[in-house]
Design a protein around this ligand. Structure first.
Ligand code: G4P
Length: 285
């Protein structure tokens, strides 16, 4: 059967499997570092995270903060902190060298659980944390940055599969070196599209042309000027794939517009922050 490319697809079987794995990983840690994409501070959050975590503390990172306006992001930081009661830190794992604040907060958040162990008569141990998030939000980049200074692999622990290694960040903190990948249900197509814009959904699940045009439509509401300037599109020309294709001279033999190539470029330009700095969510959306 041919896949309907107007919809973004998801597979309940894969999700159940991924969630089971994530639960196993979560059972090993004292606290969780959840990585969100700063361009989607609300839509890149896993709605079921509190169910999965129970009482476990969570530090939220709004990563790729270099791709959004700082003042806009600050509004979301405040909003998410109030809504979740979790600390929120903006991060730029691509350029930043100093992720010490993450380490400090992760230790702080884990401390009540360590204290609970001590109260039970156990010896103090380092806090154990892991990084979770949707695909492509920057989980591995953050783990790499956090572990770069400390390559002390301390091996597998009881109950952990061989591949799962812990890295000692400092005497107070150990980090699971594999991220927890959050499986995303795509019942909400609007949200799925936003996740496709930032490359958090496999390209096989959607059509580049449809997603690129959706991106143009969304940004046309608020950022038409910036977009038009970037693609040098005059005001009398509609902001669409064909006009951008003509303007850039991305044509097929025979002269018709190369919609696929143009769509791939539009999505790439947006993802790399070349067009401008946009947050695609709205508070109280
Ligand atoms: P993941 O583990 O969550 O799947 O994400 P990963 O760290 O692999 O990062 C996905 C892409 O996002 C990478 O780009 C990475 O460099 C980029 N990235 C991560 N954090 C940031 C950030 O704070 N700002 C920006 N601008 N980009 C970030 P890539 O093109 O796939 O790889 P590369 O060419 O950078 O190596």
């Amino acid at each position: 059967m041919k896949k309907d490319k107007t919809h973004i697809h998801w597979y309940p079987g894969h999700i159940a499997k991924a969630e089971k794995k994530l639960k196993e990983q979560l059972s090993l840690v004292d606290a969780v570092i959840e990585v969100l994409d700063a361009r989607l501070p609300l839509s890149s959050c896993y709605e079921d995270i509190t169910r999965l975590l129970g009482q476990k503390p969570r530090l939220i990172l709004l990563n790729k903060s270099d791709l959004v306006e700082k003042s806009e992001l600050n509004k979301f930081i405040k909003y998410i902190e109030e809504k979740t009661n979790c600390p929120v830190i903006p991060t730029d794992a691509k350029h930043s060298k100093d992720l010490n604040l993450i380490i400090k907060k992760a230790v702080e958040l884990s401390e009540p659980r360590i204290q609970a162990l001590i109260a039970k008569g156990l010896l103090r141990r380092a806090a154990r944390v892991m990084v979770v998030g949707l695909p492509n939000v920057g989980k591995s980049s953050i783990i790499n940055k956090l572990t770069r200074s400390s390559k002390t692999k301390i091996g597998a622990k009881a109950g952990v599969t061989r591949q799962q290694q812990w890295v000692r960040i400092n005497p107070q903190l150990e980090l699971l070196d594999t991220p927890g990948i959050i499986p995303m249900r795509q019942e909400d197509q609007e949200r799925a599209k936003k996740l496709a814009f930032v490359n958090s959904i496999s390209e096989n699940a959607y059509s580049n042309e449809i997603v690129a045009q959706d991106l143009l439509d969304i940004l046309n509401e608020s950022q038409a000027k910036v977009f038009r300037e970037y693609y040098k599109l005059p005001d009398d020309k509609e902001l669409n794939i064909d006009n951008i294709s003509l303007e850039r001279n991305w044509l097929l033999t025979g002269g018709s517009t190369d919609r696929e190539r143009t769509s791939v470029y539009i999505l790439r330009d947006f993802r790399e922050g070349k067009i401008g700095k946009f947050i695609l969510d709205k508070i109280n959306q």
